[in-house]
Design a protein around this ligand. Structure first.
Ligand code: PHE
Length: 446
């Protein structure tokens, strides 16, 4: 018997798994990344592609990870051994590697958000939002807040699954929804609201046809990033759940709530950008800060509103960062018997160091972001789908557990053929395009 058989925990409450998975999914991907991807990829047309990706590829791919996690009750690397296919454990290693890279720059962006939370109290960015973002986004100050955020993440992970993650998420998700709805009400009153809604919500489908080699990988990357897919988070979280849960229903809730938050965030950001006359997409990674920060500066009670908004985004980022660090830490605990606190301290220190280039240069941060979201996450999804669809024989049976049907029922059968064919084909195409785009970007930079 291995160490993990003795120590493995389960979610304390029935809702604990959903809350934690939503906490992982909802984060900077929804509020920071989604709006600037929409802006860079042409607005509503991107929104349509992204929604299609979430529904047709994202949710079934999430179930793929749930199946691996629940049937193995292991971390994403050991899961494959446990299922009798140790050769496939390289998928788990790829996930852990991707997680390292994502967390490294994620923490830098979360550090900016943390800083804006405090800066709201003094109004530091109110005067010149763009200049302020330029000053704080790269350099020693950015490294400082990156460190601060990593420490906060590590403290929660060191405290352990139930006490740490479940409790935190129960408070942060409802708070985030409430706050966004309040801000939407405010954005609705702005002069640029109508123009913002038109840009965001009325798609021009010819834009997709003309730009599909950039929209397709961006939509796939955004869908996987925001749903926390492709690097083992959902494998890890599903490894703590009981067999009586209906995976399809849980997956639907998680994806539905997560998508709601993104759509709501767009309803705040675009009216604001059009009101201040900023071209959507032009702000890149700074868009949220320059756009929304600038608007917050204009409204009554701006210090308080800014503090609340960035404070809640910090909390959302924290619950996502926790989920990434948990994958890395649970691997160290399961395989090397390292004590949780020690593993957390060591791993978060390394992640901090890997994040330093992103804290020094926006270009470096963008390269890390593109490489992970558009290439490594789709690769992780692609390989896991091959495994679950074609190699592991019990996938449909595992999916059917906790439902009234069995493995030969309509839904499990549809699902298994959908992942075996449609998903592999689409994600395969995305990978080819992304690899080509990445090659071109890198050779352009050198
Ligand atoms: N889904 C998180 C977000 O949108 C980020 C994340 C990506 C978390 C991959 C885990 C794994 O902010």
């Amino acid at each position: 018997m291995s160490l993990e058989d003795v120590t493995r925990e389960k979610w304390a409450t029935r809702i604990g798994f959903i809350l934690a998975a939503v906490g992982s999914a909802v984060g900077l991907g929804n509020i920071w990344r989604f709006p600037f991807q929409v802006g860079q990829e042409g607005g509503a047309a991107f929104l349509v592609m992204y929604l299609l990706f979430v529904a047709i590829i994202g949710i079934p791919a999430m179930l793929v990870e749930f199946v691996v996690g629940r049937s193995s009750e292991r971390n994403p690397i050991n899961a494959f051994d446990r299922l009798g296919h140790g050769k496939w454990r390289f998928i788990g290693f790829l996930g852990v590697f991707t997680g390292f890279l994502i967390l490294s720059y994620y923490s830098v962006v979360a550090g900016w958000v943390t800083r804006y939370t405090f800066a709201s109290l003094t109004g530091a960015y109110f005067g010149e939002p763009a200049a302020y973002f330029g000053q704080i986004s790269s350099g020693p100050a950015a490294i400082g807040f990156h460190a601060l955020f990593m420490v906060a993440t590590a403290v929660i992970v060191a405290a352990g699954i139930q006490r740490g993650i479940e409790l935190a998420v129960k408070v942060m998700v409802p708070a985030l929804l409430a706050l966004l709805i309040g801000l939407i009400g405010y954005a609705f009153t702005l002069e640029g609201a109508a123009e913002g809604y038109a840009y965001y919500l009325s798609p021009d489908l010819s834009v997709i046809a003309a730009n599909w080699t950039s929209i397709l990988p961006a939509a796939a990357g955004q869908a996987f990033f925001t749903l926390s897919l492709g690097m083992g988070v959902m494998i890890t979280y599903a490894s703590y759940i009981d067999e009586d849960r209906n995976l399809g229903v849980d997956g639907g809730w998680i994806a539905g709530l997560n998508t709601t938050v993104s759509i709501l965030a767009g309803l705040v950001v675009f009216p604001v950008l059009f009101t201040i006359g900023a071209e959507p997409g032009s702000g890149g990674p700074g868009e949220l800060f320059v756009g929304v920060g600038g608007a917050i500066a204009q409204i009554p009670g701006s210090r308080f509103v800014g503090f609340l908004f960035f404070g809640v985004v910090t909390i959302a980022a924290l619950s996502s960062a926790i989920s990434i660090l948990e994958v890395l830490v649970s691997y160290a605990i399961d395989n090397y018997g390292v004590e949780r606190k020690k593993a957390t301290a060591a791993i978060s220190s390394i992640v901090f160091l890997v994040g330093i280039p992103s804290a020094l240069s926006l270009d470096a941060l963008t390269v890390f972001d593109q490489l992970t979201a558009n290439l490594l996450l789709p690769l992780g999804v692609f390989l896991t789908v091959i495994f679950v669809g074609w190699v592991f024989q019990d996938s449909a049976r595992e999916l059917a557990k906790g439902t009234s049907g069995n493995a030969n029922g309509t839904l499990p059968t549809l699902w298994i053929w959908h992942i075996r064919t449609v998903i592999l084909a689409v994600v395969g195409i995305v990978l080819l395009i992304s690899a080509r785009n990445m090659y071109q970007t890198l050779s352009g930079m050198l």
